[in-house]
Unconditional design. Sequence first.
Length: 404
Amino acid sequence: MLNRRRVEGTEPTISIGQRPYRRKDGSTAVCSTWHAEWCARGRQRAKTLGTSDLPEAIRAAHALCQRIIDGVEARQPHKITIDTLRLRYVEVLTNRGRAPRTLAKYTYVLKEFADWWQRKSGRPAATFIESDLWEYRAFLQREQKSPKSISDRLILVKQLFKWGAGKGKLLTIDPLADATVSEPVPTPQPCFTPEQVEQLLARAKPNERDVFTLMAYTGLRLGEVIELRWEDVLLHRGTHGFIHVRLGGSNGTTKGKRPRLIPIHPRLRTVLDALPRKHSTVFTRPASRHCPKGDRPLNPSQLLGAIKRLCRDCGFPDWKRYKVHTWRHAFASMCARSQVSYRYALGWMGHKRSDILDMYITMYDTAAEGAMQTINYESRPAAAPTAVAIAYENTCLPMRPSTG
């Protein structure tokens, strides 16, 4: 550098100067912008200070020195591509033991995002800015992705850059720190009514009926049902026993990372008492030509097919929309109809926040009608309650616990 001078009070020592450059005609000239040079980890580093004013350059050099002390400038984000960034991120998640399905989703979504960025510009990850995120959203809209899918993908991209600038220490700053991705309105999910539950259990095959009865009276996730072991069925505790839910997620835990106890309903106790204990898990596939002992784990695809077949045979409208997870919606709704407190319902379903539980609760038409008929603006005494209103007394939604 020309006009080199040492900036006093910097450690490591920073020198500033002006760089010569060659014009197109072959002559040389001196850049008016000041540059900084310093040594870090045995390597010479350089950076433009972005100003031609000497006092301003000295102040920028001191600010640069502080960033070096904080460990920020030791990074070299200009060399990190988005493809490298996402590979490092997925590698970290793999080593942390994230669930296989989660890893598959992250790998697919981030690979698709990296491919889009490569087609768009291919610039380093450090050059990504918030407007690029909204351009990616516009691309997803043109691809006719659902609002929920678009929101999930944008949030995952934000997570990628947040990790890269934070724990990953691959980026100097998080370019999407101030970007806010709005959550779409949740898509209404189907929910079995009490009458539909009885229809399904009556028409199901014996092995399917046992599994679906457990889900209807516990709200267990499918993975928790598959991993349920006899040692976790505590029939000797309480009046009818308890189910200890401790498996079904990743890393040998539940999805919520916390075990929980669920009281056994009398109807479910009858089912459990009748089940043969031929395997360590409570439920297995029925015996077949390929599995004569009937000791293989439940097949999620077969259970999904069974649900859709039963819904079709029962004549349910839009029967293709129903899935195994619908049993969880039905259980949450029945907790509401039975006036189960939020604290119990949250504990049984393995949630920490009531707003998550609200997504599962469905207000049945008869319960809603009963609630409406209890409203009375008249000053005179209310008329005798109707039969629907009386029925509502046992089917109203639970009140939230007081925060006072």
